[in-house]
Design a protein around this ligand. Structure first.
Ligand code: ADP
Length: 331
């Protein structure tokens, strides 16, 4: 188990990682989610042993890693672009670390087969990285990282170099591969979709600090503040009277703010909120609206396809409580 206690990393006068404490249990995937420049890569590099700590400690199974160099930590790193050896075949790439360790050839061949099977690339042994798609290259990179059975795998935005469709597909695969291999993983990303797709637990980082951590659904349901809610993908945060109006319509107790997904308000003849449609846009799944809602103001809403909602129409809205988060603590 990985335990970070009060970890601080400085570059000169600048504090990149500020007093961070985190725990990661064996077999779990933890995503550190934060905007660019918040210090997440620095944190990952510190865990890898590539950045010295100003203060604090990083322990594995209770043992302080301060004196353990990178290559003795038993951790594997995987970056955004996979960084495969372009002149080596897929099999050679995957086998690289095993060969360095002088693993017997028969054992290497068996392990390569097993890993390529795990990442869904059986039969790709003799291909060169240049002939693979972005997603296939990332799978090879993952197989290579898993080859030496690392006790922890460190992932730096593993999907962000891929296009949206591929990212979604590979995210599901990556998650099941990590679980199937029983790998403990620490992932850093600025992309909440990537974090949600891959991780069990989430730590939200801002300005070098961890502002919230917990199980994914916990953090999702109860973001600590407005900025965190927006970073987690909520479209709007309503405060005060507007928040109370929506919460009342949802039969929830009042709170100072509520964060809404774009689909939190749904056109429904029985709904308790009155609104006037300002704009409507058809998407493959539903109609996305902007509405002026009574006592709330201009907000996003959705209507089922084929409902014929047009700008200027008066509609009723219900609140989908699974698509909102109540911000309970006044800042
Ligand atoms: P993130 O991965 O969240 O984008 P980083 O960990 O890369 O953030 O950077 C955190 C802060 O530390 C930034 O302000 C960045 O400019 C600074 N920083 C990162 N690496 C170095 C370095 N090698 N030397 C000096 N400053 C650095």
């Amino acid at each position: 188990m990985l335990a970070l206690r009060d970890v601080t990393v400085r570059y000169g006068d600048a504090t990149a990682v500020d007093d961070v404490s985190l725990d990661l249990a064996s077999g779990q995937v933890l995503a550190v989610l934060g905007p660019s420049g918040c210090g997440k890569s620095t944190l990952l590099r510190a865990v890898a042993g590539l950045e010295p700590l100003e203060s604090g400690s990083i322990c594995w199974d209770g043992e302080d890693l301060a004196g353990t160099p990178t290559h003795k930590r038993g951790f594997a790193l995987m970056f955004q672009d996979g960084q495969l050896f372009a002149h080596l075949t897929v099999a050679r790439n995957v086998a690289y670390a095993l060969r360095l360790r002088r693993t017997p050839a028969a054992r290497v061949a068996a392990r390569v087969r097993e890993l390529l099977d795990l990442v869904g690339l059986s039969g790709y042994d003799d291909r060169l990285p240049g002939t693979l798609s972005g997603g296939e290259r990332q799978r090879v990179a993952l197989a290579r990282a898993l080859a030496v059975e690392p006790r922890l795998i460190l992932l730096d935005e593993p999907l962000s170099a891929l296009d949206a469709t591929l990212r979604e597909r590979l995210a599901g695969d990556l998650r099941s591969i990590l679980h199937a291999a029983g790998t403990t993983a620490l992932l850093v990303t600025h992309d909440h979709e990537e974090a949600f797709a891959l991780a069990d637990r989430l730590a939200v980082m801002r300005g070098g600090r961890v502002v919230q951590q917990g199980a994914i659904d916990e953090v999702w349901r109860e973001p600590v503040d407005e900025e965190t809610a927006l970073f987690l993908g909520y479209a709007r945060v309503l405060r005060d009277a507007a928040a109370r109006r929506v919460l009342d319509a949802a039969a929830l107790p009042p709170a100072y703010a509520v964060a809404l997904r774009r689909s939190a308000l749904v056109v429904d003849d029985e709904g308790p909120l009155r609104a006037v449609v300002e704009s409507a846009r058809v998407t493959p799944e539903l109609v996305r609206l902007v509405v002026g809602a009574e006592g709330v103001g201009s907000v996003d809403a959705v209507a089922p396809l084929g409902g014929r909602v047009a700008p200027g129409d008066e509609v009723s809205l219900r609140v989908d409580v699974t698509r909102l988060a109540v911000l309970a603590i006044t800042p």
